[in-house]
Design a protein around this ligand. Structure first.
Ligand code: CIR
Length: 266
């Protein structure tokens, strides 16, 4: 696709100086090369631009270590954007800039205290929101989301996820009727009617792909899983993402895609 705004806006946020203090749940802390992380993030933004998105960077938040992972702060749908209340207390101040950026693009709703919900736990499958009941998302968070989505004709379903941070670490959409999953982290039988491509077992974190409608952005470090995707006819755009993986982030985490006509209003 040519470099224009027809696809909509991708909200991103720069890798903060404090990334080394990020939250970690399943990974041991390793040093993160800030310059390299920023270069990888820039490659990711360029890939989105090359696919027709206008990248809009939120104001930087140098003191919020996980602020690059904007996906967790909102769920952007055609007719509403839901501002979340992240499960990690250190991440809650991240939502302010996201709310400000989204308010001219969508009617807003909010997940409110004491509920928690991370955007990384919400997998939208057409008219259904599948929500991972991870350590970050509470039952009340799922209930509040269901209440917001139900009047829009969208169902909400809770699903168990184990061994990884978020539902979308375990399963993501890669096609009109196709998912990419790590069956060790999520029960793939929970998606009847969907073709499920399993990631290579030597690449457990490879189930996280960012679906753009006709291609996916995927971490270049997972060539075996990439081959499986390509064999299934999925167009893969590989990007470097190894430094942010050390912060337990994947490719879906670094953007909020605002697509459709409403996104072009300013
Ligand atoms: C966290 O633990 O919250 C961050 N270090 C990583 C968040 C990754 N986000 C995502 O999977 N949606």
């Amino acid at each position: 696709m040519t470099n224009d705004a027809r696809r909509g806006i991708a909200l991103t946020r720069e890798v903060p100086d404090s990334i080394a203090q990020c939250e970690l749940t399943h990974l041991a802390r390793q040093p993160i090369d800030l310059a390299r992380a920023r270069a990888e993030h820039a490659s990711y933004e360029r890939a989105l631009e090359a696919e027709g998105f206008t990248v809009r960077r939120l104001q930087p938040a140098p003191a919020l270590p996980d602020s690059v992972f904007v996906e967790d702060t909102a769920i952007v749908l055609d007719r509403v954007a839901v501002i979340t209340r992240p499960g990690a207390a250190s991440r809650r101040p991240e939502v302010d800039a996201v709310r400000e950026a989204l308010q001219s693009l969508r009617p807003l709703q909010e997940i409110v205290e004491p509920a928690t919900l991370d955007g990384g736990d919400v997998l939208m499958l057409d008219t259904e929101a599948v929500v991972g009941r991870s350590t970050r998302t509470s039952d009340d968070g799922v209930r509040q989301l269901a209440k917001i989505l139900s009047p829009l004709g969208l169902r909400t379903r809770e699903i168990e996820v184990t061994g990884c941070l978020h539902l979308k670490s375990a399963v993501t959409r890669v096609g009109l009727r196709t998912l990419l999953a790590n069956p060790a982290w999520v029960d793939v039988r929970a998606f009847p009617g969907w073709t499920v491509i399993e990631c290579d077992e030597r690449e457990p974190a490879a189930a996280n792909a960012l679906w753009l409608g006709d291609a996916v952005i995927h971490h270049e470090g997972y060539p075996r899983t990439r081959r499986r995707l390509e064999q299934a006819g999925v167009r893969v755009i590989p990007v470097p993402a190894s430094e942010l993986a050390r912060a337990e982030g994947g490719v879906t985490c670094c953007s909020l895609l605002v697509t459709g006509a409403a996104s072009l209003a300013r």
